[in-house]
Design a protein around this ligand. Structure first.
Ligand SMILES: *Cc1c(COP(=O)(O)O)cnc(C)c1O
Length: 321
């Protein structure tokens, strides 16, 4: 079956992002290597522009819009990081942007999105149909919809982080990537499949929202209630129609971690690696630390996907750990 993206799409995205996105650092830790018995490489997308990998997919998508569409602008709906990413990409490209965000998004994410010059429209994440809200505004104003994950340009853009990681450290045996709607892992797996075909790509979901794990078991997309988890960027209820076939074909399997395990990983990042990582950004690391896969003696990549966290909540989580 033809997949919605292939390696050349990731390569082309990397060209568009050159000089615009940060080439984020890859961090290692003797402490983590000792804990796991593996050689671990953390790709620090918490240090990407807007504090998450989502800038890659957003910029790759917006930069391919027509001049006419650039004039009318774009709209996105997002639990936070995608909104900020689209807002910044739109600002850099001189386009108007509307971002629909859950009203309970971390205040820092709301403020940052407005700070990039976007208009923010709020909705209730447990009751509202955010897609309907977004599509109505798009129709009224002639704006282009930029989906958070289910778009080939978004997926290809997200894959550029793993392209950088593998080009920098060489082939890996395993790669752990957090999953929300599957944009990051579909791009990541596409890059890994080309650059390190023997590398097993493992997805990691919050255990409260294991829709992708269940979807793989069933062989079709399974919708769930909006999961209640501290991993707010992974509170998706249905994997993408375009991301799912890529996951089915290129991802080895999906693991799940608890909120408590995410907090443990967050704490390790703060204490040992001096990195602020948001709960969703800890999915891969939590799976590694919980030894959900045997990694002893292996070269392991971990996607650290984002670092946008309300500092008051962050302090409370660390204190409770
Ligand atoms: C969006 C997001 C994810 C999940 O990415 P998907 O492409 O939706 O699977 C993971 N971590 C962070 C920090 C995010 O912002």
């Amino acid at each position: 079956m033809d997949l919605p993206i292939t390696w050349p799409d990731v390569e082309a995205a990397a060209e568009r992002l050159k000089g615009v996105a940060h080439r984020t650092p890859v961090v290692t830790s003797r402490h983590v290597d000792r804990l796991t018995g593996a050689q671990v490489f953390f790709k620090c997308e918490n240090l990407q522009r807007v504090g998450a990998f989502k800038f890659r997919g957003a910029y790759n998508t917006l930069s391919q819009l027509s001049a006419e569409q650039r004039r009318r602008g774009v709209i996105a709906w997002s639990s936070g990081n995608h909104g900020q990413a689209v807002a910044l990409a739109a600002q850099l490209l001189g386009m108007p942007a509307v971002i629909a965000m859950p009203e309970d998004s971390p205040p820092i994410k709301l403020a940052a999105t407005r700070g990039y010059g976007a208009e923010v429209v709020l909705y209730d994440r447990y009751t509202a149909d955010r897609e309907q809200i977004g599509r109505d505004i798009a129709a009224e104003r002639g704006m282009a919809v930029v989906p958070p994950y289910d778009h080939p340009h978004v997926m290809a853009g997200q894959g550029t982080a793993v392209k950088e990681l593998l080009e920098e450290v060489g082939p890996l045996d395993l790669l752990f990537v957090g999953i929300g709607g599957g944009g990051l892992i579909s791009g990541s797996a596409t890059a890994a499949n080309h650059l390190a075909p023997a590398c097993e790509v493992w997805g990691v979901e919050p255990e409260a929202g294991n829709d992708v794990q269940r979807s793989l078991q069933r062989g079709e997309r399974v919708a769930i209630e909006v999961p209640r988890t501290i991993a707010d960027a992974a509170q998706t209820h249905l994997v993408g129609a375009l991301t799912f076939p890529v996951i089915q074909q290129l991802v080895k399997g999906v693991l799940t971690v608890s909120d408590a395990q995410l907090v443990q990983a967050m704490r390790l990042f703060a204490e040992r690696l001096k990195l602020v990582v948001e709960p969703t950004g800890c999915l891969g690391t939590a799976a590694l630390l919980a030894k959900l896969r045997p990694v002893e003696g292996k070269r392991v990549g971990v996607m650290v996907s984002g670092g946008n966290v309300d500092l008051l909540r962050y302090a409370e989580w660390l204190r409770s750990a």
